[in-house]
Design a binder for this molecule. Structure first.
Ligand SMILES: Cc1cc2nc3c(=O)[nH]c(=O)nc-3n(C[C@H](O)[C@H](O)[C@H](O)COP(=O)(O)OP(=O)(O)OC[C@H]3O[C@@H](n4cnc5c(N)ncnc54)[C@H](O)[C@@H]3O)c2cc1C
Length: 769
C-alpha cells in the first residue's frame, strides 16, 4: 500500500500528470480557438460607413496624360496588367507611398483572374507531392500559401470564406492515407489553420452529400480550404489602390515601350481601346504583370526575346445547385487520366472542372466540347446512378489560361518555375509572372521590394510593406450580420441582401442607395436582373459609377457573375443591363447595338449555345420603335410575322416539333410484342418501339438533325443509360431528341491535335486544385 502511495505521489508521476494536464488544457484551448477569426461585430456596423466616390475614369485618363507633359506628374511605377498580380502590386506600391499608375487592356480581371477555381488554398495535392518526393521546396510553397490563405481571409473577409471539401473514399487502404495527408495539411497550417479535418462514416458522408454514389463507398475525409469571388476580389484590390491614390484605367493597352538615352525604359504609349485615342505615360519603372501575355510585352521591349510563357488551360463548367450540397465541395485527386476533378458550391450553383492541358495564348479561350464531356463523365462517376448527368445541365463553361513560366535568366535546360518568377530585363522592364491567386499579396510584396531597388525608389517610399494588415475596400464596416441591417433599411429579399453583403462588404449600403422601389408590398427594393439570381439592377449603376464598368461584358461577367453562373440567363438580362448602362454612359443606339453584339460574342466563349434565342433591345422612344418596325418589315418582305413562342427551355423544341417527332416515331417504330408485328397501324405510338440502330437514320430526315454525328448519338444514348438497349419507346425517343439538340447546339470542338491531358506536372501547375 505504501509502495503504491509512494508511486502515486512520486515526483515522476506528478511530473507526468502535470505535463498531461498542461497538454490537454493547451490542446483544448488551441482547438477551441481554431478556425477563422471573424471580424468583431459592433453597434457601429449597423450603419453605413462614410460615403466615398472614386475619381471618374476621365479624371484617371487625364492624370495618365499629364505624366508625359509635366515632369512633376511622372509616376514612380507604371503597372501593365490589371489581373490579380497587377492589382496586388498596385495596392502594395501605393500603400508604401509610391506614385502608381496601372493600365489594363481589357477589364480588370478579364484574363485568368476571373476564370480560376476560386480556391484560396495551400494545395493538398502539392503537399502530397512534397511528402512523397521529399521535396522541401514544394513543402515551403504549401506553407507559404497556407500563410497567405489566412491573410487573404482577414484582409477581404466578406469576399472569402472557408469551405469544407470532401474526399470520398472507395478503398479501405485509402482511409489512413487520406486522413494522414489532411492532418498533415492542418499541422502545416499551424495556428493559421481554419478548422481541423475529420473522418466521416459512409452514412454521415451520404447524409451530408446525398448525391454521392453509395456503391462501394467506404467513408470520406473532410478538410478545409478557402473560397472567394475572384473577379470581385480583383475589383476590390483595384478600388483599394484607388482609395490610396493610384491612377488606374481599364480598356487601356500598352502598345509601345519607350526608352531614354541610357536605353532604360522611361515610359509607354497607351491606347484607350474604347475611343482609339493614344498618348504617352512617363514612369521611373515599368512592371509587366500581363500573365499569359508576358511574352508580348517582353517582345515590345526586345524583339529578339525568347518566349518564356507556356500557357496551360483549365476548364470549368457551372451546373445547377442540385449537383452538390450548398456548403460542401468534393475533390477527387486521382481521376481516370490522372487529372484532379472537383465540384464546389459557388454563388448558389456548382462549379466542376479540372486543370492543366497545354494551350495557345488567346484573349477569350473557349472550353472545348471534349473537355466538357470529360468533366461530365468524371462527375457521373461520383454521383448516384439515379441522378442523370446531362449535357444540357451545363449552364456555363469557360477556360482560363495559367501563365506557367520559364526563368529567362536560368540555363536553357531548366524547365518551368514552380511558383512565380521575377525577372528584370536589361532595359529595366520588371516582369512578374506565374504564381497563384492565393499568393498574390506575397508576390506583390516581393515585386515592389525589387522595384524599389531596381528603380532607385528608396527615397520615395514612406514605409515598408503594410499589406498583411491592409484591409480592402468594403471590409471595415462589414460584419457577418450586416445583411440584416440592409433588409431592415431597404426592404430587400434575404437572398439579395446576403448576396450584396457578401460581394460588396460595407459598400453594399451604397449599392442599395441606388436601388429603385419595386412598387410591390415586398420586397420594397431590389429589382432582379434575372429571376433566379440575386443580382439587382442597382448593381449595374453602382458598377458604372463606382467601379469603372465600361462595357456590358464588364457587368455581366466581372462586376456581377451572371455570365459565369448561367450564360443563357446572362443573355436574357442583357437588354436591361444595356439599357441601364446606356442611361449612365449616354450610349447612342449604335453604341448599344455594338455592346449587345459584343456581349453575345463573349457569351459564346462562356458556353452559350450557338442556336440560343437572342432577345431584342427594347426601343427607347417612338423613333426607335418606328425604326424597328421598318427593319422587321424589310426583313419579312412586308408580311408582319408573329415571333415564335419563347424557346428558352433546355430541350429546345420549337412549337409543333414534338408533334413531328411523334409522327416520325409512329411511322418507323414497330409494335411492342413480336406477335403484334402484323398489328394494324392504329396500334398507338405508346405501344410501339423504335430500334436504336434506326434512330439516326430516322432523324436525319428532320431539319436540325441532319448534321448530328454518330459520336454524338453514342454519347447521348450513353448519357441516358440506353447504351445496351435494343430499342426505345416514344418517351425515350423524345428524351433522346432533346439531348441531341443540347449536344448539337453545344460549341463545336476546335480542330486541334488530340489534347495531351497530363503533361503539366503537379508541382508546376501554379494554382488550381
Ligand atoms: C483554370 C485555372 C484555375 C485556377 N485556380 C486557382 C485557384 O483556385 N486558386 C489560386 O490561388 N489560383 C488559381 N489559379 C491561378 C490564378 O488564377 C492565376 O495565377 C492568376 O489569376 C494570374 O493573374 P495574373 O494577373 O498574373 O494574370 P491575368 O489575370 O491573366 O492578368 C493579366 C492581365 O494583363 C492584361 N494585359 C495583357 N497585355 C496587356 C497590355 N499590353 N496592356 C495592358 N494590359 C495587358 C490582360 O488583359 C490581363 O487582364 C488558377 C488558374 C487557372 C488557369
Amino acid at each position: 500500500m505504501s509502495a503504491l502511495r509512494r508511486l502515486l505521489f512520486s515526483r515522476r508521476t506528478l511530473a507526468y500528470v502535470s505535463a498531461g494536464t498542461l497538454g490537454v488544457t493547451g490542446g483544448g484551448y488551441w482547438y477551441l480557438n481554431s478556425g477563422p477569426a471573424y471580424p468583431v461585430s459592433t453597434k457601429e456596423k449597423r450603419r453605413p460607413p462614410p460615403p466615398w466616390t472614386p475619381p471618374s475614369r476621365e479624371q484617371m485618363l487625364e492624370s495618365l496624360r499629364r505624366s508625359s507633359i509635366d515632369p512633376d506628374e511622372e509616376f514612380d511605377l507604371l503597372i501593365v496588367g490589371g489581373g490579380a498580380t497587377g492589382a496586388g502590386v498596385a495596392v502594395d506600391a501605393v500603400s508604401r507611398g509610391l506614385k502608381v499608375a496601372l493600365v489594363e487592356k481589357d477589364d480588370f480581371s478579364a484574363g485568368t483572374s476571373s476564370k480560376s477555381t476560386k480556391l484560396v488554398h495551400g494545395g493538398v495535392r502539392y503537399l502530397q507531392k512534397a511528402v512523397f518526393e521529399l521535396d522541401y521546396e514544394q513543402y515551403k510553397l504549401v506553407r507559404e500559401a497556407l500563410h497567405e490563405r489566412r491573410i487573404f481571409l482577414q484582409t477581404a473577409p466578406y469576399l472569402s470564406s472557408m469551405l469544407p471539401i470532401m474526399l470520398p473514399i472507395y478503398k479501405y487502404w485509402q482511409v489512413p492515407y487520406y486522413f494522414a495527408g489532411c492532418k498533415m495539411y492542418d499541422v502545416l497550417a499551424g495556428k493559421e489553420n481554419m478548422e481541423t479535418s475529420y473522418l466521416m462514416s459512409k452514412g454521415k458522408a451520404l447524409e451530408t452529400f446525398p448525391m454521392l454514389k453509395s456503391e462501394g463507398l467506404v467513408g470520406a475525409v473532410v478538410y478545409y480550404d478557402g473560397q472567394h469571388n475572384d473577379s470581385r476580389m480583383n475589383v476590390a484590390l483595384i478600388m483599394t489602390a484607388v482609395k490610396h491614390g493610384a491612377i488606374v484605367a481599364n480598356h487601356c493597352e500598352v502598345t509601345e515601350l519607350q526608352k531614354g538615352s541610357n536605353d532604360k525604359l522611361n515610359g509607354a504609349r497607351v491606347k484607350d481601346n474604347l475611343t482609339g485615342k493614344e498618348w504617352n505615360v512617363r514612369a521611373k519603372g515599368i512592371i509587366n504583370a500581363t500573365g499569359p501575355f508576358s511574352d508580348t510585352l517582353l517582345t515590345l521591349d526586345n524583339p529578339d526575346h525568347k518566349p518564356i510563357v507556356q500557357p496551360s488551360a483549365g476548364i470549368h463548367i457551372t451546373l445547377p445547385n442540385y449537383y452538390s450540397p450548398r456548403t460542401m465541395g468534393l475533390l477527387d485527386p486521382a481521376t481516370s487520366d490522372g487529372r484532379v476533378i472537383f465540384f464546389l458550391p459557388w454563388q448558389g450553383n456548382t462549379i466542376a472542372g479540372t486543370t492543366d492541358s497545354p494551350a495557345p495564348v488567346e484573349t477569350e479561350p473557349r472550353a472545348q466540347e471534349d473537355d466538357i464531356r470529360w468533366v461530365l463523365d468524371e462527375v457521373r462517376h461520383y454521383l448516384s446512378p439515379d441522378i442523370k448527368v446531362r449535357r444540357g445541365d451545363v449552364l456555363s463553361a469557360w477556360s482560363g489560361l495559367r501563365p506557367l513560366v520559364r526563368n529567362p535568366s536560368a540555363s536553357s535546360t531548366e524547365g518551368l518555375v514552380r511558383n512565380h518568377m521575377i525577372h528584370v530585363s536589361e532595359s529595366g522592364l520588371l516582369t512578374i509572372a506565374g504564381g497563384k491567386w492565393t499568393t498574390y499579396r506575397a508576390m506583390a510584396q516581393e515585386t515592389v521590394d525589387e522595384a524599389v531597388k531596381v528603380f532607385g525608389l528608396e527615397n520615395r517610399v514612406k514605409s515598408g510593406c503594410v499589406t498583411e494588415r491592409l484591409r480592402l475596400v468594403g471590409s471595415d464596416g462589414w460584419s457577418r450580420n450586416m445583411f440584416i441591417g440592409l433588409i431592415q433599411r431597404f426592404g430587400l429579399e434575404t437572398e439579395v441582401a446576403k448576396h450584396l453583403s457578401d460581394n460588396y462588404g460595407d459598400r453594399a449600403w451604397t449599392v442599395c442607395s441606388l436601388a429603385q422601389p419595386t412598387g410591390e408590398t415586398w420586397p420594397l427594393h431590389g429589382l432582379r436582373l434575372s429571376p433566379n439570381y440575386p443580382f439587382i439592377e442597382a448593381e449595374v449603376r453602382y458598377a458604372v459609377r463606382h467601379e469603372y464598368a465600361q462595357t456590358a461584358v464588364d457587368v455581366i461577367a466581372r462586376r456581377t457573375r451572371l455570365a459565369f453562373l448561367n450564360a443563357q440567363a446572362a443573355l436574357s438580362a442583357l437588354p436591361r443591363v444595356i439599357e441601364i448602362m446606356g442611361e449612365e454612359l449616354h450610349w447612342s443606339r449604335a453604341q448599344r447595338k455594338r455592346q449587345f453584339e459584343r456581349a453575345v460574342e463573349f457569351l459564346g466563349s462562356m458556353g452559350l449555345a450557338p442556336g440560343a434565342t437572342v432577345p431584342e433591345l427594347e426601343p427607347r422612344n417612338m423613333l426607335e420603335r418606328l425604326e424597328n418596325v421598318f427593319w422587321s418589315l424589310l426583313k419579312s418582305g412586308g408580311a408582319v410575322t408573329k415571333k415564335p413562342g419563347v424557346t428558352y427551355s433546355r430541350a429546345k423544341f420549337e412549337a409543333g416539333e414534338i408533334d413531328s417527332l411523334k409522327e416520325l416515331f409512329a411511322r418507323h417504330a414497330v409494335p411492342t410484342s413480336p406477335r403484334d408485328h402484323q398489328a394494324p397501324p392504329e396500334v398507338g405510338a405508346e405501344e410501339r418501339r423504335l430500334r436504336k440502330q434506326h434512330v439516326r437514320e430516322v432523324l436525319r430526315a428532320l431539319p436540325g438533325y441532319e448534321a448530328i454525328r454518330a459520336k454524338d448519338y453514342d454519347y447521348v444514348f450513353d448519357e441516358a443509360g440506353f447504351a445496351d438497349r435494343e430499342d426505345i419507346d416514344l418517351d425515350e425517343f423524345v428524351e433522346i431528341c432533346g439531348s441531341l439538340k443540347e449536344v448539337s447546339f453545344a460549341p463545336l470542338s476546335r480542330k486541334v491535335a488530340k489534347v495531351e491531358r497530363t503533361r503539366i506536372p503537379v508541382e508546376k501547375s501554379g494554382g488550381g486544385v
